[in-house]
Design a protein around this ligand. Structure first.
Ligand code: SF4
Ligand code: SF4
Length: 605
């Protein structure tokens, strides 16, 4: 029987959780981490395993649920992307002091590059700040193995342990041996056992001081732990220079050294636990080598723990780039330089592509078009999600972080409130992001009577990260039915008096609705418009009947539809030439019929 499977890094991590008898896995979706929870949920469903899997409303809540499972003596895990760790940083810092009972893993997936994030931050830095050990896998297979290492470490020392895969680990595929899953085994140890100990679990500042001291002592011992000592990859070479790598850079460096025929020349060490850096390893490096090249993404975590930095070539002396992903080409350049090989290699040039845009027929495009019509001179605050692309349409002016569309709208209101001419303010936020962190900001806006319109772009899913459910979808991580929390009720419960729902595909009516909300907000305070139409990529949802469209002879190539609506299916090959509709891209939403001011787009009969 074939017990091997080509697996995504995130699937391999999920496999590691299941085979290590993890009883609770929670998450909030975010690339590159999203498939960890969905894969764990699939394994749980397929094997009927006794494991709770949950998409939480945000990362802080996901963290708190999983952590509480751990203090009930269960093995648990929470996964998120690196920016999500900021949201969970409050419980993260306290959990480290109070420690754990059952093994607890915080999986924070980093996005050097960044490919789909607001920041390039290094979660290992957060682990250092929280004073917890962090493991840095170089591949899907190692990420899976590190799950069991993390549980062992967590249980031996009673601390949370972070696993930090990066995008290239999460999203690469590797042939993985799968025969270790035995659902019966997965169930056998799941027995919660919370031992009351208020001095620890509800610690007052005096006890927290003692817990902090205990944590520092644990860290000193972990920094000598044999099982997480850095690995010498090529024991042979003797040289006055060594290379130290971690994470995916380790996999690249190994291949490059072999390709350059330097495998038997330059000693290569892989750090599997960048914090706390093994103390004997630090002494060994300093005692043995005159020059040490440290290659790691994204911050110099290993580098800053090496005492004698005069010998270190890294980010602090600008030899290793501090910004961006360390591609194999960049690492090869660094190794060649260190080995005295003069020929440089050219970094692969990225091919200029099309700028990212909303899908043809995306309901958000219609919402943005309506917002610009309703408040043409407005200030438009927005949020994290695919609708950030509304900036191409001139309908997004600011994007800071999850939920900030609402609080930034309040900030602009306060900034302009003493001016004679106040701008209209329209904020946009997705349904999932609204649940994540829009609600507290909306409560604040109600209390302060902020004059603005919040358009909740409700496409019935968390679209950007792969169509995960929201609390209004009424579905769980593996599709099981759950209770629903209705957005309208929630908005009204926050104290909003103007709350109306419209379908952005009915563009004239929807534009009129946003205009009404803008008028209301000028005199009365906050207004909410819920723009509801399901994401076109979500096949589970029911969509409207298609409306085929055609361009008629009135089109004079003025370009208005291209500039202001930018549907990728509307194509103008040469300036001032009539547009045509690309039948492959067109989703037949029919919205563009209302966009052309000359009536040149019409329903095809
Ligand atoms: S379809 Fe209408 S808006 Fe677009 S180029 Fe032709 S006339 Fe202009
Ligand atoms: S009908 Fe019009 S707006 Fe809709 S996808 Fe086709 S071209 Fe784009």
């Amino acid at each position: 029987m074939n017990n091997r499977k080509l697996m995504l890094g995130n699937e391999a991590i999920a496999l590691g959780l299941v085979e290590n008898k993890c009883a609770i896995v929670t998450s909030y979706p975010g690339t590159p981490a999203s498939e960890i929870l969905s894969s764990a949920a699939s394994l749980q469903k397929a094997g009927n395993i006794q494991m709770h899997t949950q998409w939480a409303v945000n990362e802080k809540i996901a963290f708190e649920i999983a952590y509480t499972g751990s203090i009930s003596s269960l093995r648990t895990a929470v996964s998120m992307k690196q920016v999500g760790l900021n949201v969970a940083s409050d419980p993260l810092m306290s959990a480290a002091y109070m420690g754990t009972k059952g093994g607890f893993i915080i999986i924070s997936a980093d996005d050097p590059g960044p490919h789909s994030s607001q920041t390039e931050q290094d979660s290992r830095m957060m682990a250092m700040m929280a004073k917890i050990p962090v493991l840095d896998p170089d591949s899907p297979a190692q990420a899976r193995e590190m799950v069991s290492m993390a549980y062992e470490l967590s249980e031996e020392f009673g601390v949370p342990v972070m696993l930090r895969p990066s995008t290239r680990v999460c999203h690469s595929r590797q042939d993985i041996e799968t025969s270790r899953i035995e659902p019966a085994n997965c169930d056998e140890n799941i027995k919660p056992d919370f031992q009351k100990d208020p001095a620890r679990w509800a610690a007052t500042p005096k006890f927290r001081y003692q817990l902090h001291k205990a944590l520092e002592e644990k860290l000193a011992v972990i920094a000598k732990y044999e099982k997480t000592r850095p690995v010498r990859k090529n024991p042979g070479p003797v040289n006055s220079t060594a290379i130290v790598v971690s994470g995916v850079c380790a996999a690249h460096a190994e291949e490059i050294l072999k390709d350059l025929e330097l495998w038997d020349t330059l000693p290569l060490y892989q750090v599997i636990m960048p914090f706390p850096l093994h103390t004997d390893f630090i002494s060994h490096l300093i005692d043995t080598y005159e020059e040490i090249l440290v290659i790691e993404e994204t911050t110099g975590i290993i580098e800053i723990q090496l005492r004698d930095r005069h010998r270190v070539k890294g980010k602090m002396n600008n030899i290793v780039p501090c910004v961006g992903e360390l591609s194999p080409e960049k690492i090869e350049g660094l190794i060649r330089q260190t080995a005295g090989m003069t020929s440089s290699i050219a970094e692969t040039k990225s091919v200029p592509g099309r700028r990212p845009t909303l899908c043809a027929g995306c309901p958000h495009r219609a919402s943005f078009f309506a917002i610009k019509k309703a408040a043409p001179k407005g200030i438009y605050t927005s949020d994290i999600g695919c609708y950030t692309l509304g900036l191409n349409l001139g309908a997004v002016d600011t994007v800071l972080c999850m939920g900030a569309a609402v609080s930034q709208a309040a900030g602009f209101f306060h900034a302009y409130k003493n001016e004679a001419k106040k701008p209209d303010i329209v904020a946009t936020i997705g349904d999932s992001t609204f649940f994540h962190s829009g609600i507290p900001a909306l409560v604040d806006a109600v209390v302060q009577n902020i004059g603005f319109v919040l358009v909740i772009l409700d496409n019935r899913t968390t679209a950007m990260t792969g169509s995960q459910p929201t609390p209004d979808t009424g579905l769980g991580a593996s599709g099981e039915p759950l209770k629903r929390v209705n957005i309208e009720s929630l908005v009204k419960g926050c104290g909003i008096e103007f709350c109306k729902t419209g379908n952005p595909y009915n563009l004239p009516d929807f534009t009129a609705l946003v205009k009404e909300a803008v008028q209301y907000s000028r005199k009365n305070g906050p207004a909410v418009v819920i723009s509801r139409y399901p994401c076109l990529l979500d096949r589970r949802q029911k969509h409207a009947d298609p409306i085929p469209v055609r361009i008629n002879e009135n089109c004079d190539g003025c370009g208005y539809c291209i500039k202001h609506f930018e549907c990728p299916a509307l194509v103008m090959e040469q300036e001032n030439q009539p547009v045509y509709i690309d039948p492959i891209l067109c989703s037949r939403c029919g919205v563009c019929i209302h966009v052309c001011p000359k009536g040149s787009i019409e329903k095809k009969i």
